[in-house]
Design a protein around this ligand. Structure first.
Ligand code: ATP
Ligand code: MG
Length: 755
């Protein structure tokens, strides 16, 4: 197959560049990911061994897609494509002993980390910490990503909070070490340490991974930078692609200077710029471009497209969130009904997952199939986590966290006191909890019944431990039988137990698939695979459902139709970023990432009233809305409330031009006056300039076109969604903001055009 035929000259230049560092610096949708994939295929065609290539992507999903595409281009080539974390986990299996890790180490996920922080705080006797365990956990994670040790953190602590974080960090590290566990950040940190301290290992790996490719380089952190750097000393055949405007993980430690300084870090860097966008319409691109120009901290960049202008980007204001969700659902339904799109062509993005609930409801009642990416991950569900904890303990007997999760699951009559006594005994004798349970008879204060339960558990464990080297599916099935967990769920109240069993069936299926794809793999491999999965990995664009996801998860993806919801101050930009100009710029980039996912149609919305954390509040429109170019937008206020917004209200919308100031609007949208119907509708007189509403004369009927706003004396404001028929029988289907969809014979209706 000709790998170069459908590439532009600069793309081709990047793909065919073989030796020496290469930086592909380019805008959204310009083919960066395509270049990486093709480059791998091209290297193989040039005779480079698959063994010598390492391609690093941001998610397993992206890696999977890349692997599939490489397979099509060069069948049978076994190239290592995956995430940084996956790569490091693999490396630590073979080289972990260099940093004191057993080969059977456990990988702690987010929930495990948080639980460990809580346990540490408990053990330290801190009852009311001045900062939340979540924040402490976040601070530890950031420290690790910056390659800071507990000591260096203690050294630079400025107040009591910092000192507490440093202390918890130290104890947290001790616990992980004792449990032979690592967290996500450790995977990177340990590898960095090995590469720094073991020259021979570094040189071998540098030679082995002679060609390194990194997509989305703008989101790499210090540790990832150090790994890439160390693998590219003797063989600096490193290719990175990225777009500084899409850097959205600063809050997780990503360091934009990694990409901005690439040219300084390596000698003789070839820089390729891609300036054509192949994804979006001109309108969408213009909106994205105008927005991002408001970032001060950026290099200007050109991005053009030969794609058609397309529809203007549509901005809609709703009264409240349920109407926003219903409005989006109605629009999706009509797009699909008109036959232009399938449900799977559509994505809805939001800033935070809490906003998806309202949409789920609206989609359900509109019978729109949907899938949510993110939220509570499948693997975090109680029953799944229980069974996986058994697997973790089977794999790593030192995993005290796993022990504490399963020792009383299903219930074995072990109370909190018995568990605390066992823990104290373990601590006093330097034992793991499993070892302590084995010696339960010696533990002070344990009752006979508790001793028996612990010993029974140990006997069960020994039986299960014999399965350690079996394939994952078998181990799960055996665990569910032998522990009595399956029976326990069957006995549970109907409905809930069935749901849980169904989830476990799904886990078994996942294990079966894994076993088939990875001959000879152990449960340890299976556990690593699922622990390192990101929410987006389980998402499938082909299932015929609308996708609901966060803006962060949408990175790198593309959809024909995109809705971005909740454009309100506090949500986007997130309130957390208000005080910090850098974080505000990151929020703007996040919006930019969302916009640039859209191929053909883009809808942006907000609502005037939002119930958030149980509070009903009038919202203020996002400052970002004022940074979008009017020429490429249409504006539709369906809130039925006269506007207090200075720019996006009906009155001033057409009158202004140029950029509005970038400061947040000082005026907050006034709370609309509630009436019997929820909100008082703006009257016909207000909207139509004073005259009484009248029946449209036949000659006026041509002016009724899809998209136009209309007013009905009884139903209020609406929008024409479709026109059927001709002449006196011409009918219009109107979607009313508050009254749903209705159809009228236009000549006989009291409808009046508005705006
Ligand atoms: P992002 O910044 O969002 O990650 P990207 O730069 O990685 O985007 P790709 O996802 O590689 O861009 O490409 C965007 C779209 O444009 C894809 O659908 C891709 O197939 C298409 N594309 C890229 N290059 C070309 C080309 N030369 N001709 C036609 N289509 C192209
Ligand atoms: Mg990409």
């Amino acid at each position: 197959m000709d790998l170069l035929a459908d590439l532009t000259p600069p793309q081709r230049e990047a793909v065919t560049h073989v030796n020496g560092p290469l930086l592909v610096l380019a805008g959204a949708g310009s083919g960066k990911t395509r270049v990486i994939t093709r480059r791998v295929a091209h290297l193989l065609q040039q005779g480079v061994s698959p063994h010598n290539i390492l391609a690093l992507t941001f998610t397993n999903k992206a890696a999977g897609e890349m692997r599939e595409r490489i397979e099509v281009l060069v069948p049978g080539a076994k190239v290592w494509v995956g995430t940084f974390h996956g790569f490091c986990a693999r490396l630590l299996r073979s080289h972990g002993s260099l940093v004191g890790l057993d080969s059977s180490f456990t990988i702690y996920d987010q929930a495990d980390r948080l639980r460990t922080v809580r346990d540490v705080l408990d053990a330290m006797g801190v009852e009311e910490p001045p900062i939340t365990p979540e924040k402490i956990e976040g601070a530890i994670s950031r420290a690790k990503n910056d390659l800071a040790t507990p000591k260096s953190l203690a050294h630079r602590a400025r107040d009591d909070r910092d000192r507490l974080v440093a202390k918890v960090y130290a104890a947290y590290e001790e616990r992980l070490k004792a449990a032979s566990a690592v967290d996500f950040d450790d995977l990177l940190v340990h590898v960095v340490k090995i590469l720094k301290e073991h020259r021979d290992v570094r040189e071998n790996l540098d030679a082995r991974y002679r060609y390194v490719l990194v997509d989305e380089y703008q989101d790499t952190n210090m540790a990832q930078y150090a790994i890439v750097r160390a693998l590219s000393v003797n063989h600096p055949n490193l290719c990175v692609t990225g777009d500084p405007d899409q850097s959205i993980y600063g809050w997780r430690g990503a360091n934009l200077s990694n990409i901005l300084e690439f040219e300084k870090d390596y000698d003789a860097v070839r820089v390729v710029k891609l300036e054509h966008n192949y994804r979006s319409t001109k309108s969408i691109l213009a909106v994205a471009d105008h927005l991002i120009q408001h970032n001060v901290n950026r290099k200007p960049k050109d991005l053009i497209t030969e794609n058609p202008s397309g529809e203007p980007v549509q901005l809609t204001v709703y009264a409240r969130e349920s109407e926003e969700a219903e409005g989006v659902a109605a629009r999706i339904a009509s797009l699909v009904r008109e036959g232009s799109y399938n449900y799977s062509d559509v994505a809805v993005f939001c800033r935070i997952t809490a906003l998806t609930r309202t949409f789920e409801q609206a989609f359900r009642s509109a019978r729109i199939p949907y899938q949510i990416v993110g939220g509570v991950s499948f693997y975090e569900r109680q029953e799944v986590k229980d069974v996986l904890s058994y697997l973790n303990l089977i794999n790593n007997p030192k995993d005290d966290l796993a022990f504490s999760r399963v020792v009383n699951v299903p219930p074995r009559g072990l109370g909190k006191t018995s568990f605390e006594r066992l823990t104290a005994f373990a601590r006093d004798h330097g034992l793991t909890l499993l070892e302590a349970a084995r010696r339960a008879r010696e533990a002070p204060g344990l009752k006979d019944k508790a001793i028996r339960s612990f010993l029974d558990f140990v006997a069960l464990y020994d039986e299960l431990g014999a399965l350690r080297d079996d394939a994952a599916e078998r181990v799960i099935l055996q665990t569910m039988e032998k522990t009595g967990y399956r029976q326990h769920l069957k006995d549970e109240s109907r409905g809930e137990g069935e749901d849980r069993l169904a989830n476990l069936e799904e886990l078994i299926t996942a294990a079966r698939e894994f076993d088939l794809e990875h001959a000879g793999a152990t449960i340890q491999d299976f556990l690593a695979d699922i622990t390192l999965a990101s929410p987006v990995d389980r998402w499938d664009q082909q299932t015929g459902a609308v996708t609901l996801m966060t803006l962060h998860a949408a990175k790198g993806l593309e959809f024909p139709v995109v809705f971005i919801i909740g454009l309100e101050e506090g949500l986007l930009p997130h309130s957390r970023a208000f005080e910090n100009p850098n974080e505000l710029e990151e929020e703007r980039r996040l919006f930019f990432v969302g916009i640039t996912r859209a191929q053909r149609e883009l809808y942006i919305s907000r609502c005037r009233i939002r119930t958030f954390r149980g509070q009903q509040q009038a919202t203020a429109q996002s400052r970002f809305l004022m940074e979008l170019p009017e020429d490429f937008l249409t504006y539709d206020d369906r809130s039925g409330v006269s506007s207090g917004d200075s720019r996006w209200g009906q009155a001033s919308w057409s009158g202004q031009s140029g950029y509005a100031p970038r400061r947040p609007q000082p005026t907050r949208t006034p709370m609309p006056t509630p009436s019997a119907g929820g909100f008082r509708l703006t009257t016909a007189a207000q909207l139509a300039g004073g005259g009484p509403s009248s029946i449209a004369a036949p000659g006026d009927l041509d002016a009724f076109r899809p998209g136009a706003s209309v007013l009905h004396p009884e139903y209020g404001l609406g929008r024409i969604v479709a026109i059927e028929g001709a002449g006196p029988n011409r009918k219009g289907r109107i979607a009313f903001t508050l009254a749903g969809e209705r159809t009228f014979v236009l000549a006989k209706s009291p409808l009046k055009l508005v705006g």
